[in-house]
Every structure is written in structure tokens, then in C-alpha cells.
Design a protein around this ligand. Structure first.
Ligand code: B3K
Ligand code: ZN
Length: 876
């Protein structure tokens, strides 16, 4: 397909005011009758034909204003329908199409998931249901009549409010009619029909309206939906309090399905979820699962205002709803849990996914300006970096200025299909500032590199800070402009207290932030009582790669004293990363490894500080991942050397910190039964991290502790943590533990996913064979995205040594799987293929093998647009 370009955006020629759908559900022959009230768009091209999108559609009949159309006045293919020379006035188009939901393995449009009919329309799935102008700037009011066998689908759900339902006399069928009063783009359309159990609750909004809440799950699973319901109610309250956003329908429903391409979908009033992000019980879900459920429930709910009430003009503006909504869900979780710990977790994710994407051939701007397949742009850059850009807006403008901009955005654009420019204009207007340079964050790809150097002048008692920004070249972008980078900082005095941030011109770094605008800048802080240590990019306020001339001693000092918890964490990570990079190079060159003493000191200080939150300590103890180290090395990467170095360091730390780790293990256990709250989760996290580092020493006592932990666990967090320790550190005990785990949870697909994922991550040469064998396991299915992501996705993106086997067999296996999967579910196949995104940074032997595997994919005839787009860009 031809690339779509932002610069070629044109308003639609025809608009749709109302849509009446009559959908008669049937496995292999669902009949859809769509009645569209259309009119020419005064802003479109005059005299245009009506051109509607389709995808694998079968047209049964077509009428204009009630009159069947003659074959010469229209043209229909599976992918489009054109009505030639329509009258240039309001018309009614009636279209009948025939669908086979059971045969829909792409999970886009209308499909069946374990017998439940459901839909997924974003980005371009509605065109798989009926012919329609499938673009987000066509907003219409929908009324949907759904009809099905009563036995097969007793529950029938649609967008908006239910207006009517009942049996169809003389048949085994029944119907329901749903009406959504809010105009919406078709990507927010949804319906569900199935045998589902309902968990019911209600919520009273700030202005006293009662909203009926429902979470629908497979029969027998309603006991696991309580946490999701609780998270939903907390989200609804929070959005009123933090953003003034109130819910706007009488009903809010969530449906959990087992077969789903991504996490969840924010359809108006009817969110559809991957059941992984709804179902939780202490026995089956980890603390991380609970936190994800809370975040995703909130995310989809928050879309009701940022995405649904204000939607996107076109798909280039995707970050307008996604980046903003991720920012909002991150803020929500920060308020519900520990803000510093949430920030650390978010930055870890940002670096591992987004920085990696930005550093390779798939790099693209937060707002791309061209695409071949939009589904490939639901990326870490659009979501996570998009959220960082919103966070920076808040850093630049201050909380008040930020909220003034948000209020204006809701006021000015409610009901609109908006753009990034519209969004930024609200912040500029509300604050009387110019955001032109800031806007470069949306258009320039790549992670900015910031070099900061501080110089202390003992005689003058001044500190000079020199900062230089550099923008790496990225695909399609060779001419980079300097960015507006908010540098949040503190000057930490010897007693740990912050010194004033007054500059030599008498001005102050407002709210502790310097605004960098030029390639090189210098700042002087005069009249300082002592030499301070600069704490730079506090809270990771700017998503940049920072390097500085801080010494290891400075970093150890910050790890102990910085008032900013993020930078305390980051100081330790920097010491660890520097050590790991140097030690990896030393290993490859046969030289002596550097001393881990400063790291041991910083970690020891953190572990021994009883005032710190256990969850925070656990984060500090978690070393940079193998891919973090690879990214830092940047080129000629040898994953085996990285793995050995990191493994050795973990053993060293386990030995050096033994007494403190043992104490943490014994004291951190939360009292009482399992509770998923953040404080209890933090204690478990610390305990399990200690268990893991101790086991890295390999002594039989430490392995014994893990075995006991496994057997004694009364919740999935502890049980799975122990199983992971055993799987990685205790090969002789591994199989028995894995078998016991499987036997206990064999009937629970979401738990078996953990079992698949863990085995796929074992860093041993036998893993590829194991993974291949597991693809034949009865619990595995290529048609289910969760299974594919758990087994094969984990292998490709979370097992650096085995995916990147020197013989290339890991690449071949993933490439092969991508090709098989492409015929079933192209979106999931393309996502899997993106695991190759860092191939160019590998040492020559592996890079060559990765490239051959990619070429083999590229040369395969009949690739989907999804896979062909990724492979094309990866090889470019
Ligand atoms: N908006 C959906 C993502 C749809 C992905 C389509 N390929 C979920 C979310 O971000 O909330
Ligand atoms: Zn979203």
C-alpha cells in the first residue's frame, strides 16, 4: 500500500450524522444492515462521489434514499464502495453486508472469543463490519440493534444506553437496542453478545448522577473481577477531582475477553478488555498484575474525555489521546500508590521500550508524519514518550498553568476531532507563552543526549554548569533543531539539604527548572557556602540520555542524600550501569574487571536505611537489565558477555550484601493475609528481590530458601517469584518446580501464560528447543495473542542471549513464527517481528544472521501490510 502522509490530510467530502445498525449475529453468516444519514461536507470537495472503506466485506445489497442502486451507479470491492454522482444533498445510504465472525482470526472487526461475539474497531476495524468513511474525523450518533440466539448470547451489549430489548416472538432469538447520544468516530463502536456473568455496582458522580457499572466475565470468573471494579470506581472519582471530568452516560460496562490483540479498548460506554487486565485473585495474579489492572482500567476510563469526547482528527494525532491518557493514568497510579516508585517503574519501561525504539531503525516521532500501516504505530514512542511530553508541559508551565491549559482544551474542543496543534494552542493561550520550540518534541524523533558538566570555583564560591544538547540522527531526519528541554535540578549541600538555585543574574531557576533552548548553555550559581553536588534531571523530568562529569563519589553521595528519590535511585543505576558496561568490555578484552565496591556501598546504604519504603529499596536493588546494558554499549554488542557480566555481579552482590539481604528477607514479610495494596506489595517486592540476589550466589542454603518460599507461598506473587528464582538459578530443581506449578494451574490459561513466559526466558542453550516443544503444548495456541506473547514474545524480547544466539537459530525461529502467524493475525505477527528492532547494534556475526532472517521474511510473497511495513523499515 501507498504511504499515508500527514501533509496530505483533507477533510472528508461526506459526513455521517446518524448510523442505524441492525446486526443479526450468527457464527458464519452475520447480517449487518447499516443505514447512514449522510450529507456533503461544506468543507469537502464539491460534487464528490460517496467513497466508503471496506475490508474483506461481502456486499449483499445497497440502496440510496430507499431505492436499490443499479449496478452502474456504484462500484463495490471487498475494500471499498463508491457511489457515483450522488445528489449533493442529505441522503440515506442503506448497506447490507455479510460477515463470518468465526472465521475472523485477525481479531479486528466482529469476531468470536471463546464463543462470545465481540468487536475491535480501532484503528480501522469498523470497515470490516460495514462500508463506512472509516476515519476518526467523521463523527456520528449510533443506534445499534443486536439480535442473537437467546441461549448462545443471553447478554447483548452496545455503546451508550440500552433503550429496548426483548424476545423475537416465535423464534429462539432475542434482541437489544442501544443508543449512544454522543457523536463518535466509528473506531469507538462496539458490541458484545455472549454467555457472560455480570458483576454489578454503581457510581454517583460529582453532580449526583447515578451510573450503573457492569463488568462482564466468562461464567465462573466473577469472583476475580472485584479489584477491577474497585479500580474503576476510584478512577471515576479521581478524574472528577484531578481533571474535573465527569462521566456522561447512565451505564458504563466492561467486558473481559480471552482473545484480544492488545490490552484493552475504550469504546464509548463499553470498554472491551483482554481478560488478563480484568481478572485477578491472590492465588492467580501477582502484585504487578494488580497494578496493571488498576492502570489499564483507569487508562481506558480516562479515554472517555481524552479520546472520546475529544478525539483525533486523523491517526497521525494518535498521541493526542494516547500520550495524554497514559500521562493521566500514570498520575492516577502515582496518587493511589507511591509516586516515586511509580515514577521509577515508568522510567524503567520508558527506557527499555521507548529508548530502544528511538535508537534503532523503527524510530519515529511522537507524531509520525507518514505511515503505511497505522496499527504499527501504537508504540512506546506514541504512548510512553507521548506521556513524557505532556509531563514536560506540566514541568515547563507549572501545575497551575498546566491545568489552565487542560481546562481550556476541554472547553474549546469538547466534541471535536482535534490535532496536536489544537492541544498546544490551549496551553500557549492559557499561559500567554509561545510553545513553538516545545512542539519539536512531537516532530523530532530520537532521544536527545544531554551532557552536563559542573565546575566548582573554590576561590569565587561559584558553581558553573555547562550543558550541551545533541540530537542523534534518526530515520528520515538529518536536520535537527535544538529542543526546549526542561532541566529539573537541585544543588545538594554536604548535609544533604538543597542550596538555593539563584543564578548570577539574580534570577531563580523557577520551581527548580532551567529551560534549555540552545545547543550549548552555561549557568553560574554564585555565593554558595560549600561545593554542592548537582542532582540533574530530577524526577527524570525530561526523557533524555544524560551524561555528566559527576564522580562515582558524587553518585554515592547522591544515592545517600538526594532529596529527590528518583535521583537517589538513578545515582545507583548509573554506578551499576557504568560498572556493567566497563566489566563487559573488560571481559571481552580479557582484562581485569573493575571493582564493584562503590556499588556495594551505595546498595548497602540503601538496604540499611530503615526510613526508606521497601518498594523503593527493591527498585534500587534491581540492576539495569541486559538490554539496558546493551543500549548503553550501543554498538558491537555481545549479549553473552553482557549476560555473564551481569550474572557475576549479581553473585558478587549477593555475597557482599548477604547479612542485609537476609535481614530484609526475614523482616519484610507483610503481616496477615494477602492484600494487593502498594505497601504490602512493596514488602513482598523487597523480600523477593532479596531472595533472588541471595540465590544468585548459588549456595544450597539459598536455593533451599527459594524452595521453601515456593512451597509455603499463599499467593501468586511469592509463588511465581520463587519459581523464577528456581528456574534461573537452580537447574536441578527447575523441572520439578515447573511441573508442580503446571499441575496446580493447568486449567487457568492466564497463569499458564506466566509458566510459558518464564521458560522462554531461561538463559540457556536448551531454551530454543524447549520453546519449540512448548508450541506443541495443548495449552498453547497460535490463535490466542496472550499465548503467543507469553511464549514467543518473551523469548524474542526478554531473552537476550537465546534470541540472539550466535548461530542465528533464535532469529530463524522467530522469523518462522512471524510468517506462520502472519496468515492468522498480522497485527500480532508484526508486533513480534519488532523484537528485531535493535539488530543493527549487535556484533557483526549476529547482526548478519539477524539481517538474513529479516531478509527471508521480506522476500516471502503475500506478506500482510503489517509485517511488510515492519520488515521494510527494520532493513532500511
Ligand atoms: N486505544 C486502544 C488501542 C487500540 C490499538 C489498535 N491497534 C487501547 C488504548 O490505548 O487505550
Ligand atoms: Zn489508550
Amino acid at each position: 500500500p501507498q504511504p499515508v502522509r500527514l501533509s496530505q490530510y483533507r477533510p472528508p467530502d461526506w459526513l455521517v450524522d446518524t448510523v442505524h445498525l441492525d446486526i443479526r449475529l450468527h457464527h458464519s453468516a452475520t447480517r449487518v444492515i447499516a443505514r447512514l444519514a449522510m450529507r456533503p461536507n461544506p468543507e469537502g470537495r464539491e460534487g464528490s462521489p460517496i467513497v466508503l472503506d471496506g475490508d474483506e466485506l461481502v456486499l449483499k445489497s445497497l440502496a440510496l434514499d430507499g431505492v436499490p442502486l443499479a449496478g452502474t451507479s456504484y462500484a463495490a470491492t471487498p475494500s471499498s464502495l463508491t457511489i457515483f454522482a450522488p445528489p449533493q444533498q442529505p441522503v440515506t445510504v442503506e448497506i447490507e453486508t455479510l460477515l463470518a465472525p468465526s472465521a475472523n482470526t485477525k481479531l479486528m472487526g466482529l469476531y468470536r472469543s471463546s464463543g462470545t461475539y465481540c468487536t475491535q474497531c480501532e484503528a480501522e476495524g469498523f470497515r470490516r463490519i460495514t462500508y463506512f468513511p472509516d476515519r476518526p474525523d467523521v463523527l456520528a450518533v449510533y443506534t445499534t440493534r443486536i439480535e442473537a440466539e437467546r441461549d448462545e448470547a443471553p447478554v447483548l451489549l452496545g455503546n451508550g444506553n440500552k433503550v429496548e430489548s426483548g424476545p423475537i416472538e416465535g423464534t429462539t432469538r432475542h434482541f437489544a437496542i442501544w443508543h449512544d447520544p454522543w457523536p463518535k468516530p466509528c473506531y469507538l463502536f462496539a458490541l458484545v453478545g455472549g454467555k457472560l456473568e455480570r458483576v454489578a455496582d454503581s457510581f454517583t458522580t460529582a453532580t449526583g448522577k447515578v451510573v450503573e457499572l457492569g463488568i462482564y466475565v466468562e461464567p465462573g470468573k466473577s469472583g476475580r473481577a472485584g479489584y477491577a471494579m474497585d479500580a474503576l470506581k476510584r478512577s471515576m472519582r479521581w478524574d472528577e477531582e484531578a481533571f474535573g471530568c465527569e462521566y456522561d452516560l447512565d451505564v458504563f460496562n466492561i467486558v473481559a475477553v480471552a482473545d484480544f490483540n492488545m490490552g484493552a479498548m475504550e469504546n464509548k460506554g463499553l470498554n472491551v478488555f483482554n481478560d488478563k487486565y480484568v481478572l485477578a485473585s491472590p492465588e492467580t495474579a501477582t502484585d504487578a498484575d494488580y497494578a496493571n489492572i488498576e492502570a489499564i482500567i483507569a487508562h481506558e476510563y480516562f479515554h472517555n474525555w481524552t479520546g472520546n469526547r475529544i478525539t483525533c482528527r486523523d491517526w497521525f494525532q494518535l498521541c493526542l489521546k494516547e500520550g495524554l491518557t497514559v500521562f493521566r493514568d500514570q498520575e492516577f497510579s502515582s496518587d493511589q500508590r507511591s509516586r516515586p516508585v511509580k515514577r521509577i517503574a515508568d522510567v524503567r519501561l520508558l527506557k527499555s521500550h521507548q529508548f530502544a525504539e528511538d535508537a534503532g531503525p523503527l524510530a519515529h516521532p511522537v507524531r509520525p508524519n507518514t505511515y503505511r500501516e497505522i496499527n504499527n504505530f501504537y508504540t512506546a514512542t506514541v504512548y510512553e514518550k507521548g506521556a513524557e511530553v505532556v509531563r514536560m508541559l506540566k514541568t515547563v508551565l507549572g501545575a497551575e498553568g498546566f491545568h489552565a491549559g487542560m481546562d481550556l482544551y476541554f472547553d474549546r474542543h469538547d466534541g471535536d476531532a482535534a490535532t496536536v496543534e489544537d492541544f498546544l494552542a490551549c496551553f500557549a493561550d492559557a499561559n500567554g507563552v509561545d510553545l513553538e520550540q516545545f512542539a519539536l518534541w512531537y516532530s523530532q524523533s530520537g532521544t536527545p543526549e544531554l551532557r552536563a558538566e559542573t565546575y566548582w570555583n573554590e576561590a569565587a564560591r561559584t558553581l558553573r554548569l555547562d550543558v550541551e544538547q545533541r540530537l542523534p540522527l534518526t530515520p528520515g531526519q538529518t536536520d535537527k533543531q535544538p529542543m526546549l528541554i526542561p532541566l529539573a535540578l537541585g544543588l545538594v549541600g554536604p548535609d544533604g539539604a538543597d542550596l538555593p538555585l539563584t543564578l548570577d543574574d539574580g534570577s531563580n531557576a523557577e520551581r527548580g527548572v532551567l529551560l534549555l533552548r540552545q545547543p550549548k548553555q552555561s549557568f553560574v550559581f554564585p555565593d554558595l557556602p560549600h561545593r554542592p553536588v548537582a542532582s540533574l534531571n530530577r524526577g527524570f523530568a525530561a526523557p533524555v540520555k544524560l551524561s555528566s562529569n559527576l564522580t562515582t563519589d558524587d553518585l554515592v553521595f547522591l544515592a545517600r542524600n538526594d532529596a529527590d528519590p528518583f535521583n537517589r535511585f538513578d545515582a545507583v543505576q548509573t554506578i551499576a550501569l557504568t560498572h556493567l558496561v566497563t566489566a563487559t568490555q573488560a571481559l571481552r578484552e580479557g582484562e581485569a574487571a573493575p571493582s564493584p565496591a562503590p556499588l556495594v556501598e551505595a546498595l548497602g546504604a540503601t538496604l540499611g536505611n530503615g526510613a526508606l519504603d521497601p518498594a523503593f529499596i527493591a527498585q534500587v536493588l534491581a540492576l539495569p537489565s541486559e538490554s539496558d546494558i546493551a543500549r548503553e554499549i550501543g554498538r558491537d554488542v555481545d549479549p553473552d558477555a553482557i549476560h555473564s557480566t551481569r550474572r557475576l555481579l549479581r553473585r558478587t552482590l549477593g555475597e557482599a550484601l548477604r547479612p542485609a539481604l537476609e535481614a530484609a528477607y526475614s523482616h519484610a514479610a507483610p503481616a496477615g493475609g494477602y492484600s494487593p495494596d502498594a505497601a504490602s506489595a512493596g514488602r513482598r517486592a523487597l523480600r523477593n528481590t532479596a531472595l533472588d540476589l541471595l540465590a544468585a550466589t548459588g549456595t544450597s542454603a539459598d536455593i533451599g530458601r527459594a524452595l521453601t518460599h515456593f512451597d509455603a507461598a499463599d499467593n501468586m506473587t511469592d509463588r511465581f517469584a520463587a519459581l523464577s528464582v528456581l528456574a534461573h538459578a537452580a537447574p536441578p530443581d527447575r523441572e520439578a518446580a515447573l511441573a508442580a506449578f503446571y499441575d496446580r494451574f493447568r486449567d487457568d490459561p492466564l497463569v499458564i501464560d506466566k509458566w510459558f513466559a518464564l521458560q522462554a526466558q531461561i538463559s540457556e542453550p536448551g531454551t530454543l528447543e524447549r520453546v519449540r516443544a512448548l508450541t506443541e503444548h495443548p495449552a498453547f495456541a497460535m490463535s490466542n495473542p496472550n499465548r503467543v506473547r507469553s511464549l514467543i514474545g518473551s523469548f524474542a524480547s526478554a531473552n537476550q542471549t537465546q534470541f540472539n544466539r550466535p548461530d542465528g537459530a533464535g532469529y530463524e525461529f522467530v522469523a518462522e513464527t512471524v510468517l506462520t502467524l502472519d496468515g492468522i493475525n498480522p497485527q500480532v505477527a508484526a508486533r513480534l517481528l519488532a523484537a528485531f528492532k535493535s539488530w543493527r547494534a549487535l556484533e557483526a556475526g549476529r547482526a548478519g544472521r539477524a539481517q538474513s532472517a529479516l531478509r527471508r521474511v521480506a522476500e516471502t510473497p503475500g506478506l500482510s501490510p503489517d509485517v511488510s511495513d515492519i520488515v521494510g523499515r527494520a532493513l532500511d
